[in-house]
Each structure stands twice: as C-alpha cells, then as structure tokens.
Design a protein around this ligand. Sequence first.
Ligand code: URP
Ligand code: ZN
Ligand code: ZN
Ligand code: ZN
Length: 466
Amino acid sequence: MSRTVIRGGLVITASDEIHADVLIEDGRIAALAASGTPAAEAWTADRVVDATGKYVVPGGVDVHTHMELPFGGTFASDTFETGTRAAAWGGTTTIVDFAVQSVGRSLREGLDTWHAKAEGNCAIDYGFHMIVSDVDAETLKEMDLLVEEGVTSFKQFMAYPGVFYSDDGQILRAMQRSAENGGLIMMHAENGIAIDVLVEQALARGETDPRYHGEVRKALLEAEATHRAIRLAQVAGAPLYVVHVSAAEAVAELARARDDGLNVFGETCPQYLFLSTDNLAEPGFEGAKYVCSTPLRPREHQARLWQGLRTNDLQVVSTDHCPFCFVGQKELGRGDFSKIPNGLPGVENRMDLLHQAVVDGHIGRRRWIEIACATPARMFGLYPKKGTIAPGADADVVVYDPHAEQVISAGTHHMNVDYSAYEGRRVTGRVETVLSRGEPVITEREYTGRAGHGVYTPRSTCQYLH
Ligand code: URP
Ligand code: ZN
Ligand code: ZN
Ligand code: ZN
C-alpha cells in the first residue's frame, strides 16, 4: 500500500476551506485531519508533500476538449498525449472530450475511433461525450447503449449546416430519447442557417478579415438558438446544457428558463471572460488566432457572464480547447474568414485564469473550485470520484501557489500550438504539484507523469438536476 501525505495547506473544495493534512492511500483520499493535531501528526507516509502557504484543491475537471478534432480540412493540433500533458501542467486532472459521429456512420464507430486515439496516450483520466451529427432511428437506439456504458451526454449543433448540423426535428427526437435514457443534450446554440446567409453576404461585399467572423455570428442568433433549444427541451421534458455561452442575451435566456424552474444549464469559457472582439480585430490576420464559435463578443458582454457565474445562471467554465496552429492551419482562412478553422487553445490556462478571477474579485475561492471542478464533475456523472477532496475520492489533487506570479506565453506553455491566446498576460497563482490518483504528474514544476497513466472513466448520468 502506497501512502502520501500533503501537509500544511489550505484545503479548498466547493463547500469548505480548512487547514488540513490530506492522507492518500492507494490512489484515493483516505482521510483529512486538521494540520498540527495529533491525528494528522501520527500519519506516516512514503511521500510527504509540503503545502505550507499553498492551496490544496481538487484537480480541474475540463468537460469540453477537442483533441485531434477533424475540422475545416485539418486536425486540432493537440493529440491526447500532448493535450493531456498540457492539461496536467495547468492543474486539470480529468478531461471529457468529444467523440464524433461522422454523417452516415454509427455512434459506435465514432466512439471506437476516439477510444483508439486516447487509449495508452493520456497523462490524466478522460471520458467522452458523443457528437451526434446524424439523428436517425439507429442513432437513437445507440444513444441508449452509450448511456449504459458511461457516455452519458450528447452534443448537437444548431450551427455548421452540412457538417455537424441537426435540424429542429432531429434535435427534438434526440431530446425525447435523452428524457427517457437519462442522457444530457449539450447544445451548440447558434442559428447556423441564418449565419451562413450572412457569411455569404459579407464575403460578397469583400469583408474577408477575421473580424467579420464576429460580426456575422451575431449575439442575437446565439440568443435565438438558445431560446429555441430551451423550448425544444421543455417540450421533450429533457434537461439541457448549453455549451460555450458567450452572449449576454443568451445568458438572459438561460436565466429566464431557470427562473421558470427548468433543468437548463450553461457553460462559458475563459476566452469569453477575458478576450473580446478587440482581439478578433487585431491587424495583419492576427485576429485569426481568436476565431472560435460561438465567437468572442464586445467587451460589454463579459460583465453579464461574470454575473451569471456568481448567480449560478452559468454553472461551468470549461475550455472548449480546440487548438490550431497559426502557421499552416489558421492561415487556411487568409482571404476568407469562413475558412479559418474554429477553435482556441486553453486547456492549460483555465485553472490559472479562473484563479486570477478570484484575485480580481469576480468570484470567490470556493466558487472557483465549484465552476472548475465540482459542478462539471456533478453535471457529467463523475462526482465524488472527481471534483472534490473527500474520503473515497480519487486522489486527483493540485498544490497551488496563490502568490506566485507568471506570464502566460507560447514560449513556455506545453500545448502543441504555436501561439497563446493570452500571450503576455500576467496572472497571480501557479500550479506547483499535481497528483492523478495519487501519482505525481507534476512535481514542483517538473513533469513526472507518463502517457498511459490516464484511464478511460465511464460516467453516470447527470447528478445536477433539481
Ligand atoms: O470554435 C470552436 N468552438 N471549435 C470547436 C467546435 C465547437 O463548436 O465546440
Ligand atoms: Zn460548439
Ligand atoms: Zn435566476
Ligand atoms: Zn467545442
């Protein structure tokens, strides 16, 4: 039996802050005891981690990543190996990535493909959601089987006609099915049919620069799709989780639905909290680095997102990590913004940026852990194995130095991408040590993990419904 003790830190969970030592046995949290008490002092261990003056927090749970995603004729540049290593560097110990059903193929085939990409390559534990691109009778039946084997959430797209797009009828059918089998529908809520008209008109006017990506993908068309998804879910009697919410008007739709008592949830991402259309408008095609969908919004939207995170109208911050290199990938859209592969890198930056939000006074410390660890774990059926520090939980633990200063840069990050969306940004706080099921993955700022340590983690159904 291997034993580790983390001594002297401030243990922060979604519900508590206590000065406690943490005992880890065989990869799980065995006990907590107030630091300095005889109970804690009596623990012996093979490994002692000194966390004096530091926070001891649950490993981050990032429920929205796209390693190796095929998109726009290319592939997201992080593999499961490089992407999960970078996640660990940033204090994230679980990802839930999106397996993709190709049109005309089965869910099973898509899921098997994603298992093959991930297995033996991950530094941290991982699960899968399933992107449903082709709802038919067969797909609906397969959804039941996937729920039983731990793939309990399904993403549908109201955007990207001809690629991932589902029409309202397909969405309604999938929602009806999820109401029966306990699955959670995750919605990309943008009116893609209308957006494609605006794209065509913009290009015809010669508006080819990356900033037009933000102009055609209008906040109103995010709000409209969010509203429509909410009503379809209501008709189906199904819960709904709206991914990558960026528009103030969309948050208002979620808030209204929640005030009506619906099981409707929203996720936002650091890029919408910290970046804006100012970045998309950077000259010399630099704006391409910030092209993602939903798009970055004018700065004024950020206050509504922070408010939503405080009032629980938004429950989760994930990254939507979907990196494409500037050279050779983002450049595919020179002269036509609609050909820029959509997505931003960020799996390594989320815990730090949200800690900066604590420093800046947007959220409190426990809320930081709630939106980044505990609620994502509950929402997607991983709790209390993941997302907290409590006896019986997996020993996925981060020792975090809340006073260290760092500057985010592509020169020092570990993601396999040639730029950082946060280049030059100073943040207070830094990951020191990361344990995944008790094994040191990062040890005092050194990578000590290995590809293949991370295992597939099946999930139960949503644990967050009222
Ligand atoms: O731009 C983005 N978000 N790319 C990843 C795919 C998606 O829609 O989440
Ligand atoms: Zn999406
Ligand atoms: Zn409310
Ligand atoms: Zn995504």
